[in-house]
Design a protein around this ligand. Structure first.
Ligand SMILES: C[S@@+](CC[C@H](N)C(=O)[O-])C[C@H]1O[C@@H](n2cnc3c(N)ncnc32)[C@H](O)[C@@H]1O
Length: 298
């Protein structure tokens, strides 16, 4: 670009090169600015766990301004349906790339290409992803692909299921006296041994298929087989259900109850805080020589 224009007040009459002006200089709008205002862009929006009330305000504004919404199924579709039910009228075209757990209706490469193609057509594209785009969401790959293609990309974080789904079962991931650390792990592949005891909360996403093995692995460490476990299926959805047991019992309970994805598995003493936890899970501990419960069931 070599366009030149006269500078404003206080400038010498000599021409000022456009490139030397800061972006969006008031009063100096050019055709380049006009083009950039219609330039396509990709915005990754975290939809949260599926309840429209847990979408961020910034995420909602991005959806309202979008020409196209490229949506996953888990979390994202629930939010779009929920917004429609609440009378929020989105004008955008919706492209459902329908990712179900373990089943990618549209391969990731094709999704990346789609985002870039739509943005290059000058469209405002929202990529609506369940939970947070950067927590086991392949959001980083989509951002990198857009960068490499020279497409503007922004990320609006979402509320991850790793934290919000345990919360709906009354389970905080940290709690004074019970847990000071938490780790979020994918159970998509077999998990490796994880250090720490029952005060180190472990959250497994995509962990149902490998649950039996994960329970054995975690029980072998300092946690032991009596460590409490909760599984929350379909958090915030119509099939929401909570199952509570221990590392020794949870695989059998899951099989008996026919537990299915999507589900979040929480391992550690914080599970005892859940109103779904049976009293039998609350083990007495010795405090100053006196037996005291570690927590109370609500
Ligand atoms: C591919 S990961 C995506 C995680 C997402 N980016 C997030 O931050 O929540 C999908 C896994 O998230 C968990 N998940 C997401 N939404 C859920 C929900 N509403 N209820 C239970 N589990 C959920 C399940 O473990 C599921 O298998």
């Amino acid at each position: 670009m070599t366009a030149e224009l006269s500078a404003g007040r206080g400038a010498t009459p000599q021409a000022t090169r456009l490139e030397t002006l800061p972006a969006h200089t008031p009063g100096f709008e050019t055709r380049a600015d006009e083009r950039s205002s219609t330039r396509g862009k990709v915005t990754l929006v975290g939809a949260g766990p599926g309840d429209p009330g847990l979408l961020t305000l910034r995420g909602l504004r991005a959806l309202e301004a979008a020409d196209v919404i490229v949506a996953d199924r888990l979390g994202a579709r629930g939010v779009l349906d929920g917004l429609a039910a609440e009378g929020v009228d989105l004008e955008a075209e919706i492209v459902d790339v329908g990712k179900l757990p373990g089943h990618h209706a549209v391969p990731q490469d094709a999704i990346n290409e789609l985002l870039v193609t739509l943005a290059r057509d000058g469209r405002q594209v929202v990529r609506l992803k369940g939970g947070d785009p950067f927590v086991f969401g392949r959001g980083g790959e989509e951002v990198a692909f857009c960068h490499d293609a020279g497409v503007d990309v922004e990320v609006i974080p979402g509320i991850t299921s790793a934290i919000s789904v345990p919360a709906i079962a009354g389970i905080p991931l940290t709690h004074r006296g019970l847990a000071t650390t938490f780790t979020v792990v994918t159970g998509h592949d077999q998990i490796q041994a994880l250090g720490g005891g029952r005060d180190h909360t472990v959250v497994l996403l995509m962990g149902i298929g490998t649950l039996a093995n994960s329970a054995i692995t975690l029980a072998r460490g300092e946690r032991g087989g009596r460590c409490p476990v909760a599984i929350i299926e379909d958090g915030y959805g119509p099939g929401q259900r909570v199952t509570v047991g221990t590392l020794d019992t949870i695989a059998l309970q899951a099989a008996r109850r026919g537990i299915r994805s999507p589900a979040v598995v929480v391992v550690g003493d914080v599970v005892t805080l859940s109103p779904y936890a049976p009293f039998s899970l609350i083990e007495p501990v010795e405090i100053s020589g006196r037996a005291e419960p570690t927590s109370q069931s609500l």
